[in-house]
Design a protein around this ligand. Structure first.
Ligand SMILES: Cc1cc2nc3c(=O)[nH]c(=O)nc-3n(C[C@H](O)[C@H](O)[C@H](O)COP(=O)(O)OP(=O)(O)OC[C@H]3O[C@@H](n4cnc5c(N)ncnc54)[C@H](O)[C@@H]3O)c2cc1C
Length: 494
């Protein structure tokens, strides 16, 4: 059951420097690596999650357009008949060309990262159409609103899934709209898709969750499961560089004309149109990246401050070290070991839950060590002749909090990572799929909640660990795969 509307933040910042404009929006289409899916299949004990088997669902959902003739595309991995418009930003930013060239000099291939080979550098595939974000509602729901068997109730808010305590069968969903409460009765089953934060919240409000936690919150227990206990996220660490390169600033009227025609600097995707996927020495599988590097405008702006939630002291340090016309490389830790939690504040469905991302907390410090290796990789890319030609230089803020450590020593960098990094807004794993609730699994390979009848979860919360890709494409595949399974279960094929 997916009600409510998308409320993603979309912020445009126009400024000088490389790229000129930055836009924070969800749009990068990235599936991850076949090894992610093969591992997932092992975790749930169900080979249907192997990459060779889910590939058909990725292709089925995709409407792929090669809008950039220079971008590599492995067509056997892409679909053209689906609903999810996927394309490249046009025109590619000058900085993307530099980034790709420097990667070639660094010995990396330029690849279709959703194709045969993920490792390498690439032009990003985006879910945009005519320069605007094309989300899942536009792709999959809006075209079907005329169907007699579909009701989309915008502005409705689910507050409880009602479950018969004797039979543990899902009977109805309570939701509110315009200050009135309604009960939707269940004929067949409920598919909960409220996302990695709200799905565990709603399950716990409904009595499905860790026994002790529900007891403290005075919620009668229906099923003791480790809901919300393994929140995972990518970790994102920004680096800033100075250079002698500036992008020519176009007149705003010209930029607006281009925007209306669906391309140019103001459209979604700029300057987020390149990335590199790398493997540190920690990863033994030769084709499995554990680090992503994304060129961006510098994060050290008011907008970056909001996005990265820096505290006042860090922000003051950054402001005292301002760089003219900077650019950024963001280093992203892909397979995070640290885990946090989502817990109810109380039994009130209108209160936000407590989210503790608990980043960089793994006992063996593998996360921070891998991020540090990722930073070193980014600095190697910057040493390539293409970047030397534009006099690219690392500008690392002398953070007051890190002043006890020798500037740019290992320990300084670890301190920098702790102060500057954030979870990457890619939460997963809060209702993880698996074989055994005794090992903290909440749903099985068919996405049924263990021990409760007629209730499934289908969203980022069921992804058991952070993949080497961004979660939105994975969620789309989960939807396609589940819809196929439901059609088979209920013999809906004619
Ligand atoms: C700023 C930002 C940028 C991102 N960029 C990217 C990117 O470039 N690429 C990428 O792959 N991923 C990106 N992500 C992550 C991506 O958005 C999520 O992983 C993805 O949307 C998860 O899909 P989902 O279906 O699990 O949940 P959601 O997309 O969050 O969908 C859950 C839906 O349930 C609704 N809902 C929640 N609670 C209730 C309730 N009680 N009653 C009724 N409705 C409810 C919500 O309103 C929402 O519509 C980004 C995220 C953020 C925040």
């Amino acid at each position: 059951m997916k009600i409510g509307s998308e409320d993603r933040q979309c912020v445009v910042h126009r400024g000088k420097g490389i790229g000129g404009t930055s836009l924070i929006n969800q749009l990068i289409y990235s599936r991850g690596n076949p090894t992610d899916y093969d591992t997932w299949a092992e975790i749930v004990g169900d080979p249907s999650w192997r990459y060779e088997n889910v590939l058909e669902f990725f292709k089925k959902s995709e409407d792929f357009h090669k809008t950039n003739p220079d971008a590599p595309v492995d067509w056997e991995y892409h679909g053209r008949d689906g609903n999810l418009y996927t394309n490249f930003h046009i025109p590619p930013s000058n900085f993307t060309k530099l980034f790709l060239q420097a990667n070639k000099e660094f010995g990396k291939n330029i690849t279709d990262y959703n194709g045969k080979e993920q490792l390498g550098a690439t032009i990003l595939q985006l879910n945009t159409k005519a320069g605007k974000r094309f989300d899942q509602a536009s792709a999959f729901i809006k075209p079907l609103t005329m169907r007699h068997n579909l009701i989309v109730s915008e502005g409705s808010y689910a507050i409880k899934i009602e479950i018969n305590t004797n039979t543990k069968t899902t009977t109805s969903v309570l939701f509110t709209k315009n200050k009135k409460t309604y009960r939707a009765k269940v004929n067949l089953e409920v598919v909960l898709s409220a996302g990695a934060i709200s799905s565990p919240q709603l399950l716990m409000l409904s009595g499905i969750g860790p026994k002790n936690h529900l007891k403290i919150k005075h919620i009668p227990l229906i099923q003791d499961l480790e809901v919300g206990s393994r929140l995972k996220d990518h970790i994102f660490c920004p680096l800033t560089f100075s250079s002698n390169l500036t992008s020519p600033e176009e007149a705003l009227t010209q930029e607006i004309k281009e925007y209306i025609r669906g391309f140019g600097d103001l459209t979604a995707g700029n300057p987020l149109d390149a990335a590199g996927w790398y493997k540190t020495d920690f990863e033994k599988n030769p084709s499995y990246p554990d680090i992503e590097i994304i060129p961006t405008t510098s994060a050290e702006t008011e907008l970056g401050r909001k996005f990265l939630s820096w505290n006042q002291e860090t922000w003051n340090d950054i402001n005292n070290n301002k760089v003219n016309d900077p650019f950024g490389l963001s280093v992203v830790l892909l397979r995070t070991k640290s885990a946090g939690s989502v817990r109810l504040k109380n039994g009130n469905p209108y209160n936000y839950p407590d989210i503790d991302s608990n980043p960089l907390s793994d006992v063996k410090s593998k996360d921070i060590k891998t991020l540090y290796q990722g930073i070193k990789l980014a600095l190697k890319v910057i040493e390539m002749p293409t970047f030397r030609k534009i006099d690219a230089k690392l500008r690392v803020t002398r953070l007051n909090a890190c002043s006890n450590f020798r500037y740019l020593s290992n320990r300084f960098w670890y301190c920098y990572i702790r102060h500057m990094s954030i979870p990457a807004f890619h939460p997963v794993g809060t209702c993880p799929s698996g074989r055994d609730p005794g090992e903290a699994a909440v749903v099985n390979g068919n996405l049924n909640v263990f021990g409760v009848k007629n209730l499934r979860v289908a969203d980022a919360s069921v992804i058991p660990f952070t993949f080497s890709g961004h979660p939105n494409a994975i969620c789309t595949m989960i939807g396609e795969k589940l819809s196929e399974a439901i059609k088979i279960d209920y013999k809906i094929y004619s």
